[in-house]
Design a protein. Structure first.
Length: 409
């Protein structure tokens, strides 16, 4: 592990297993929730206003930008440095050599060797979720961002401010501010660096060394992205777990960066009824055991149906697996069938007056692949990203129990 961000550090504090899946195994995550999309939209409005002066803000972003105006005016008056929705560069590092990465909402250099860092927070309930001025000094983001400002700009005092916006119910705005001296910032940064360097040392370890801190993490923030594969998730004891296959995403890369998955790795994730190269000897016939007479059945009594068997498809994306069936020709065949229907040689250049024109082929191809996926049956499949397969990989991933991603392109 060469870099870490405040969000990565918070993920570790929530659950080291989730951190492993996110930053080491790099498994795909769920699409962002509505709250995250709303926050991105409001961030973009404030950024546009600060960079251009053009007012495209809604009510809450107006309040936030108004609170920024005092800092902005002072910053312009002294000709100070500023960062608006940009990466902090150059990076600072821990004593162990881990670089801190982060994208700041707004940082202004002010008079008298001061700077202010403003971070916008969009919360469903500010009264419940906003951090207090007592909590902010120990917030990883506050410490890491303040350390960057104190060391790269050389200021003596750093103000860190959360602009909290209530997004559900009554719309209101709550700023929470702390002030830290340069010495205080550096002491807190060195203390946090010990934890970061410890995490970096763990990153090269076996998956089995990562343990959850609390079962409550499984349901935090709308539910963990990795409940379907995590051996510590509720109800995970009856599923085949992925420790070996995920571990291979670290150890199975050759010098070309291509993930090699061995047969031994596959044995740990294949379903019990998966086809094998060697046919086992048939088991001896069971010996009949005398049983008590059956009780009369109640025809009106409803019998419980067994739960549907989970999909046990393994999809290998942009990686090499000797036992996998290549899906690229299958997708190409579907695309050719679609192209033939509209009388063109390639679906990607379909006439504009057809449903496939203007890029519409991507949506229709994804829907067709989804509809025809069950005909493949359970098994191990691989697919390589191309301009043709890219629109369908997310669909295939959502239909597969296990997804492994490599670096082959």
């Amino acid at each position: 592990m060469k870099t870490i961000s405040p969000s990565g550090l918070k993920t570790w504090d929530l659950c080291p297993v989730k951190w492993y899946y996110t930053y080491v195994a790099k498994l795909p995550r769920k699409p962002p929730m509505r709250g995250a999309e709303l926050g991105s939209k409001m961030h973009a409005q404030i950024e546009h206003y600060l960079k251009t002066g053009e007012d495209v803000r809604e009510f809450l972003p107006q309040l936030s930008a108004a609170a920024l105006r005092e800092y902005e005016d002072e910053n312009k008056r002294i000709g100070g440095r500023r960062v608006i929705e940009d990466w902090m560069d150059p990076q600072i590092t821990t004593p162990g050599g881990v670089a801190i990465v982060g994208k700041a909402d707004a940082i202004f250099e002010l008079a008298n060797s001061r700077a202010v860092i403003v971070d916008h927070k969009f919360r469903s309930d500010v009264s419940k979720w906003a951090e207090t001025s007592e909590e902010l000094p120990d917030d990883p983001q506050a410490i890491l961002y303040s350390a960057w400002v104190a060391t790269t700009w050389g200021v003596e005092t750093v103000d860190f401010v959360h602009h909290n916006h209530n997004t559900k119910g009554k719309a209101y705005f709550l700023p929470v501010k702390i002030s830290l001296t340069r010495d205080d910032v550096l002491v807190r940064f060195m203390r946090l660096s010990k934890q970061i360097d410890g995490i970096a040392a763990c990153a090269g370890g076996n998956f089995d060394t990562f343990k959850p801190k609390s079962p409550d993490a499984c349901g935090a923030f709308g539910g963990c992205d990795f409940l379907a594969v995590c051996p510590y998730a509720p109800g995970a004891s009856d599923r085949t777990m992925l420790s070996n296959i995920i571990q291979s995403t670290k150890t199975g890369e050759n010098k070309m960066g291509i993930l090699q998955i061995s047969d031994n790795d596959l044995e740990s994730v294949l379903p019990p009824d998966a086809p094998t190269e060697n046919v086992a000897e048939p088991a001896p016939a069971p010996v009949a055991v005398p049983t008590a007479p059956e009780k009369p059945s109640n025809k009106n009594k409803k019998t419980k149906q067994a739960p549907p068997e989970p999909d046990a498809t393994l999809l290998v994306v942009d990686a090499f697996c000797s036992r996998a069936t290549d899906l690229n020709p299958w997708v190409m065949g579907i695309a050719n069938d679609m192209a033939e229907k509209v009388g063109c040689p390639d679906i990607r250049i379909a006439p504009k007056d057809t449903p496939y024109g203007f890029g519409g082929w991507k949506t229709h191809l994804a829907l067709e692949v989804k509809a025809r996926f069950p005909e493949l049956g359970k098994g191990i499949y691989s697919i390589r990203t191309t301009d043709l397969t890219e629109p369908v990989i997310d669909v295939l991933s959502s239909l597969s129990l296990v997804v492994v991603r490599g670096g082959l392109r």
